[in-house]
Design a protein around this ligand. Structure first.
Ligand SMILES: Nc1ncnc2c1ncn2[C@@H]1O[C@H](COP(=O)(O)OP(=O)(O)OP(=O)(O)O)[C@@H](O)[C@H]1O
Ligand SMILES: CC(C)(CO)[C@@H](O)C(=O)NCCC(=O)O
Ligand SMILES: [K+]
Length: 242
């Protein structure tokens, strides 16, 4: 069985697979048991990871996995191109592996243009045209990141509560902050759709922990929670076949 891992800045997702079939999947924070819910009896023959975590955390993950499964860990990074998908970055190693793996999953499904919106710790937007050319993208602060910076970098912005999909002008600090985040993301969402239209791109795909929030805010997109793992699985299978 293959163990596939998407290790983000906030959470870690894992999938156990045989061939294309998913045997088990899980999701957890880094401070929990790293593979909570993992079926103890399974025989893992290969481990492949896509990560954007800091180097010390990546090393800790490697040590944990090698100690637990006694096999080496294969990391997959962003590439300049694969299977007709071409990265716009001059130095692809600088691109987050999650962005490349998400784009690759979307590309091999239809081999048509698409936009991937990954609403995780940070929010990324990547545009790919019908020829498989990555046009480029955006990196924006994520929902928790925006709230945290308002809380910590301004002394008198005091608020509680959770994100609301309401974007009406607020009349309390809490409303101004939470509705403000919604208002900003709604604007960004509209812009994704108009930009895609201008580029002749029809398909919008959304993934990440805040995908549901963006859909609530009116983003018209296909929700694909495991896009990064899907791309990683495909790439890993291709490399194995070489
Ligand atoms: N149960 C949850 N725990 C943590 N974050 C959650 C949860 N549910 C939704 N979220 C939202 O998901 C975001 C994190 O998304 P996600 O788990 O996709 O990120 P990640 O993959 O860890 O990070 P990265 O963006 O670095 O890949 C948080 O900012 C938060 O707003
Ligand atoms: C932007 C994030 C944090 C999104 O997870 C990740 O893709 C990343 O760390 N990227 C590195 C910078 C870049 O992609 O250009
Ligand atoms: K992610």
């Amino acid at each position: 069985m293959r163990l596939l891992i998407d290790a983000g800045n906030t959470r870690l997702k894992w999938r156990l697979a045989t061939g294309d079939a998913v045997v088990a999947e899980g999701l957890g924070a880094f401070d929990d048991d790293l593979l909570s819910g993992f079926p103890a009896t399974s025989r893992v023959r290969r481990i492949s990871v896509s990560t954007v975590a800091a180097e010390p955390r990546r090393q800790a993950l490697t040590e944990y996995l090698e100690a637990r499964f006694s096999i080496p860990v294969a990391y997959h990074w962003a590439e300049s191109g694969r299977g007709g998908l071409v990265n716009a970055y001059e130095d692809p190693r600088r691109m987050g592996a999650d962005r490349w793996h998400a784009m690759y999953a979307a590309w091999i499904e239809t081999r048509r243009g698409f936009v991937v919106v990954d609403a995780g710790s940070a929010i990324t937007v990547d545009f790919v045209d019908d020829a498989g050319r990555h046009i480029g993208g955006y990196i924006l602060p994520g929902v928790q990141m925006m709230l945290r910076s308002l809380k910590t970098d301004a002394a008198r912005i005091l608020f509680d509560g959770t994100p609301a999909s309401d974007s009406a002008p607020g009349t309390t600090t809490g409303e101004c902050v939470h509705h403000g985040v919604s208002w900003m993301l709604q604007s960004a969402t509209e812009r994704v759709l108009t930009d895609a239209e201008q580029m002749g791109i029809q398909r919008v795909i959304v993934t990440g922990g805040d995908a549901g929030f963006l859909l609530q805010l009116g983003l018209k997109a296909d929700y694909r929670p495991d896009l990064v793992l899907d791309g990683l699985a495909a790439i890993d299978a291709e490399d194995l076949a070489l």
